[in-house]
Design a binder for this molecule. Structure first.
Ligand code: SIN
Length: 466
């Protein structure tokens, strides 16, 4: 007898199993893909205003269940409940945005070079889309992919992270409750490699969209080559914050905290390196220390928690080894660097940590941390800061603080990043294009740009008209 495999979903704050989810077999996934493919014609034929109505209904149901959904998210991801409530709104805002964009999938006509001809351009859905979503934003990363796919007329299948499938399962239930047919939006569960290979091998899947690590993204692109799938990749980051000599230091401190400690530093766009002008280094780090020490660490379900646990032991070990490496290479611990964890119970907390005089050779200055640690280094002039900021294979997000428009313009022109915050540590929005340059990914999600990757352009040339 074949034993049914299951995923035990654990609360990262306590290590307790919250629920178990069945792992789908290869046959289950292939059958779901076939259903999604068969539903494509009917779904893509539904007119835009009806698709918009169904998407808006989905968003409405999500809003009506906001607190339940946020609680599930906190239980499985560990993020503070205030952040989970915010993520529910953020997730729904992608659905609202693409419910409107579906009505604007315009084609165009091109003046022909003969009276006898007409040229018509139209937009068509790429086909069935498979998504693989991460544990750090279990709701928003799913709707950021599902909403434009459905709005474009594609059918959609998602594999959520094994750590956080419960939020996605709920979102899919709500989509069905809203009237979106069951075969049009589906969820399957299992280990990333196994499910990913079924997706990439399938000729029926025409597009893969992924948020996660750069090595996995590269593998998915390679595996998608044989069937020439469309790919959208939102991959790793290593965001710098540049604090210029003239910056508003209080604003820079507050926005650094907002960026760095969101989801305990486990976001692709959170500040990973702080580059502070040498003339303000002491004032900046003292003010930062005072505020960081006040952050409340704890179980995300407690109302006053601002920093929750990190997701698992692997993540914890990476963070600790980066701190130790920086200290070994001469960094000073300004605050934090203590932990509370239990390997047997499988919960791992890292207290917000600030490091100063961090050597550029330290691993924390070269790799994504995904944890609540801020390494600070100083610079003498803007070109040095830009050189440090850009010397990474990643190009997702970058931030800078200055009140001088010439300095701001110069920094913006020279940063090689897809998302830039100027005096702003929280740039994410459904109506703006999110995505990275270099090894941080391919394509954009959100904004008018975010639906384009789900569309094919079809060109019709009509001849012999007169
Ligand atoms: C991410 O970390 O991948 C997403 C963050 C965001 O959308 O703000």
């Amino acid at each position: 007898m074949i034993k049914t495999r299951q995923i035990d979903v654990k609360n990262p704050a306590t290590g307790e199993v919250i629920e178990s989810v069945k792992v789908d077999s290869k046959e289950d996934i292939e059958s779901a893909i076939l259903k999604g493919h068969s539903a494509l014609k009917a779904w893509s034929s539904i007119h835009a205003h009806e698709k918009a109505r169904l998407l808006k209904k989905w968003s409405e149901i999500i809003h009506n269940n906001k607190s339940d959904l946020a609680r599930i998210m906190t239980l499985e991801s560990g993020k503070p409940i205030s952040e989970s409530l915010g993520e529910v709104d953020y997730a729904a805002s992608y659905i609202d945005w693409y419910a409107e964009e579906t009505k604007r999938l315009y084609g165009r006509t091109i003046p022909a070079n003969s009276e006898n001809k007409k040229i018509v351009i139209s937009k068509k859905p790429v086909g069935m889309v498979a998504a693989i979503t991460p544990w750090n934003f279990p709701a928003a990363m799913m709707t950021r992919k599902a909403a434009p796919a459905l709005a474009a007329g594609c059918t959609f299948i998602v594999k959520p992270a094994e750590e956080t499938p419960l939020t996605t399962i709920k979102l899919i239930d709500f989509a069905h409750e809203a009237g979106i047919p069951e075969d049009v939006v589906q969820c399957v569960n299992g280990p990333g490699k196994e499910v990913g290979e079924v997706f990439t091998d399938s000729k029926l899947i025409r597009k893969i969209t992924f948020t996660g690590s750069t090595p996995v993204g590269k593998q998915l692109i390679k595996n998608s080559a044989d069937t020439m799938k469309h790919v959208s990749m939102e991959l790793g980051g290593h965001a710098p914050i540049i604090v210029a000599e003239d910056a508003d230091i209080d604003l820079a401190v507050d926005q650094t905290i907002a960026s760095k400690f969101r989801n305990a530093g486990q976001t692709c766009i959170c500040a990973n390196r702080l580059l502070v002008h040498e003339s303000i280094l002491e004032e900046f780090s003292n003010k930062l220390k005072t505020k960081v020490e006040q952050l409340k660490v704890g179980n995300g379900l407690d109302d006053d928690t601002q920093v929750g646990p990190v997701i698992n032991e692997k993540g914890f070990n990476k963070i600790i080894s980066q701190i130790n490496d920086a200290v070994d290479k001469g960094a000073e611990v300004v605050c934090g660097s203590n932990t509370h964890s239990d390997t047997e119970k499988e919960y791992f907390f890292v207290h917000p940590t600030v490091l100063k005089y961090v050597s550029r050779e330290s691993s924390i200055m070269q790799e994504e941390t995904f944890g609540p640690v801020i390494p600070i280094t100083s610079f003498q002039d803007l070109d040095e800061a830009l050189e440090i900021a850009n010397s990474t294979p990643f190009g997702l997000a970058a931030y800078f603080f200055t009140n001088d428009y010439r300095t701001g313009n110069y920094i913006h022109d020279n940063l090689e990043f897809g998302i830039i915050g100027w005096n702003d540590g929280a740039p994410s929005a459904a109506h703006a294009p999110f995505g990275g340059m270099k090894e941080s990914g391919l394509g954009r999600e959100g904004g008018v740009e975010g639906i384009e990757p789900y569309l094919e352009t079809k060109y019709l040339s009509i001849g012999n008209l007169s």
